[in-house]
Ligand binder design. Structure first.
Ligand code: ADP
Ligand code: MG
Length: 291
């Protein structure tokens, strides 16, 4: 492509809030065969809210207060939702004596010398917590597209809490338009398989890679690229940065983390997935002008 065509193309992008950082990205975008979307904050709003709480032996508010006290130390969007949920009910929070985040699994903390675990099944299993009394609720929440988490105190299950994060308004339309362009669409997430499948169904995505650990996201992109497929990755989180670099075209959501924005070739300032379609159209137009 001539420098002029690239300049015109990226200028048009900028007018639409699509920042194209390199000429190469503009030249590659029309060749994309598969687009991989991160779920939380990319397909969904990224503002989860507590929707359900199932308490075992303790009072609901007690379980919520314990969970929120621990999650106060975490920066995960799930944690913020739980803290907000407790604050909205005017619950008192306790001081946390220790806190460890277990990436992709949950958190471990201690309050009044009692060990608290909050997270997915893997976290409970690796800590020897029997989840059977909460299993049915956990599955029910997940099937409804909510993210469920177990809460355990001193290795005993005390609750199951669910947060929900709605898809962005235009996610479904963006997926449909990408399919019309013949592009395969995949969802990539660290979240529960059933939760991910429910959200994917809602927006029309047929392929889901779920329960992927943060450090494995880039490798999943690499696997999709096998055989020379041209793959774009769209994401917003710190977790997504290596995957954005690995992809042939890395696309960051403008409201995302700085690391994601720095790692991407294209940034969508309006946080709208329809702008992925626009970027591809712009690339096509640029190439057509050149030829
Ligand atoms: P995502 O791709 O959705 O950002 P993560 O890898 O951050 O996923 O998290 C995967 C899963 O780990 C979550 O769905 C949740 O079950 C658990 N998890 C992560 N962080 C926390 C937390 N602060 N509290 C409870 N559970 C958590
Ligand atoms: Mg995300």
């Amino acid at each position: 492509a001539t420098p002029t065509a690239i300049m015109v193309g990226s200028g048009k992008g900028a007018e639409n809030g699509i920042l194209i950082k390199t000429g190469e990205a503009l030249e590659t975008a029309h060749k994309i065969q598969t687009i991989i979307f991160d779920k939380t904050g990319t397909i969904t709003e990224g503002k989860p809210k507590v929707t359900d709480l199932y308490a075992i032996d303790l009072h609901e508010n007690e379980v919520l207060s314990i969970a929120a006290s621990c999650e106060k130390a975490s920066e995960h969007p799930i944690a913020q939702a739980i803290v907000k949920g407790a604050e909205e009910k005017g619950l008192n929070l306790s001081n946390v004596e220790s806190f460890t985040a277990v990436p992709g699994h949950g958190i471990k903390a201690s309050i009044e010398q009692r060990e608290i675990l909050i997270g997915n099944k893997k976290l409970m299993e690796s800590n020897g917590v029997d989840v059977s009394v909460g299993q049915a609720k956990f599955e029910e929440y997940a099937e409804n597209g909510k993210t469920p988490m177990f809460i355990a105190m001193d290795k005993k299950l005390v609750g199951v809490i669910a947060v929900a994060d709605a898809p962005k308004e235009s996610s479904k339309e963006a997926v449909r338009k990408l399919h019309e362009l013949g592009i395969e669409v995949i969802m990539l997430t660290g979240d529960n398989r059933k939760t991910a499948a429910a959200i994917a169904r809602e927006v029309g995505i047929d392929k889901v890679l779920a329960e992927v650990l943060p450090q494995d996201k880039a490798n999943e992109v690499k696997k999709v690229q096998e055989g020379g497929r041209v793959v774009a990755m769209v994401g917003d989180g710190i977790n997504d940065a290596p995957a954005l670099v690995q992809a042939d075209v890395g696309i960051a959501i403008g409201s995302g983390t700085d690391v994601a924005i720095e790692s991407a070739d294209i940034v969508l300032m309006r946080n709208d997935l329809l702008d992925v379609v626009k970027a591809i159209r712009l690339s096509k137009a640029t190439i057509r002008n050149i030829k």
